[in-house]
Design a protein around this ligand. Structure first.
Ligand code: ADP
Ligand code: TRP
Length: 327
């Protein structure tokens, strides 16, 4: 039986494919930070996964450093959690190969993230196709129990469970079965066009960057053209949803009442979103400026994290190699 007092291994990864946005924060990063308190958090920057989209070496290196700064500024605490770069743990790539051999093509062909990219005309290489198996290796290599993510990643966690289950069935109990952890209220944060906010859709509101520019982006969020005086339903309205990310219960109720009364302009809601979001991220912004002056510290954190992570992954890889006869 699981020991209730034992901290859980929590693991998640974020791709260094661009600046993190509100969706990344409220869907995933906020969970990393909350869960680091009572658990053994392992969080990494998925640069191997990013290779499927970024083909510029300097850009990739810079993005990795930027995301490390972002995560630390947002409150990821290296004394409580382990922060590292994916490719600093080569055991994961080795485990990926072991897992690939037992993964049916059909399982990967059904993956929405891959199908969507192909439908958009993004050329599919084998890296993109096998992306979920590398993700499974990421998760299984650290005996992860809980994987905090946004709703779009749930399918990948299911693939991981499927791949782990097949291996365990074939070779005996080797891998821990992970579970996705998705927050009800922010599993799918809308972007400026009302669709899911995503770095690949050009509809993001960034966490860091020039406040004036972000304000402009907020003012450009699409809205419908109903007359001002009409009462409106707050539920399902993306402006209301964005406001709710930042506002406390009292302010949310006031905003909902204003919607139901009607007689307001969407510009007012946008201004409120800008004000609330600026206040919300002010401390993180200040911390990021300080961290930028102390890059040696950031590199040291990543190095220490990689050592800790490698230690764990080497043990799990050996277990898998012994189970299937490679060792
Ligand atoms: P993107 O889709 O912008 O490229 P990533 O794939 O790097 O983002 O996702 C990093 C984490 O943020 C994942 O756990 C993902 O589920 C979460 N996430 C991304 N977009 C959203 C969103 N709009 N709402 C909630 N969570 C999100
Ligand atoms: N695929 C995830 C994303 O795009 C990033 C990721 C890579 C990840 N490996 C992971 C997330 C392992 C959770 C666990 O967001």
């Amino acid at each position: 039986m699981a020991d209730a007092a034992k901290p859980k291994r929590v693991l998640s990864g974020i791709q260094p494919t661009g600046r993190p946005h509100w969706g990344n924060y409220f869907g995933a990063i906020r969970q990393y930070i909350d869960l680091q308190e009572q658990n053994d958090g392992f969080y990494f920057i998925a640069n191997l996964h990013a290779l499927t989209t970024i083909r510029d070496a300097d850009q990739l290196r810079q993005n990795v450093l930027d995301i490390a700064l972002d995560l630390l500024a947002l409150g990821l605490d290296p004394d409580k959690a382990t922060l590292f770069v994916q490719s600093d743990v080569p055991e994961v790539s080795e485990l990926c190969w072991v897992l690939l051999s037992g993964t049916p093509m059909g399982l990967l062909q059904r993956c929405v993230a891959y199908k969507e990219k192909v439908d958009k005309g993004i050329p599919a290489d084998a890296g993109l196709f096998t992306y979920p198996v590398l993700q499974a290796a990421d998760i299984l290599a650290y005996d992860s129990e809980l994987v905090p993510v946004g709703a779009d990643q749930v399918q990948h966690i299911e693939v991981c469970r499927d791949v782990a289950g097949r291996f365990n069935h074939q070779f005996g109990d080797t891998f821990v079965m992970p579970k996705a952890n998705v927050l009800d209220d922010s599993a799918k944060v809308p972007g400026t066009d009302g669709e899911k906010m995503s770095k690949s859709y050009d509809n993001v509101l960034p966490l860091f960057g020039e406040v004036k520019k972000i304000r402009k982006q907020i003012m450009r969020i699409t809205t419908d053209s109903r007359p001002m005086e009409d009462p409106k339903q707050p539920q399902g309205d993306h402006l209301y949803d964005l406001y709710s990310l930042f506002a406390d219960a009292g302010k949310r109720e006031e905003m909902a009442a204003m919607y139901l009364r009607g007689g307001f302009g969407y510009g007012e809601v946008k201004k409120a979103i800008a004000e609330e979001s600026e206040a919300y991220f002010a401390d993180a912004r200040a911390r990021r400026v300080d961290l930028e002056q102390n890059l040696d510290h950031v590199h040291a954190v990543l190095q220490a994290g990689a050592e800790r992570a490698r230690n764990v992954a080497a043990g799990v890889l050996l277990r898998a190699q012994q189970a299937c006869g490679l060792k």
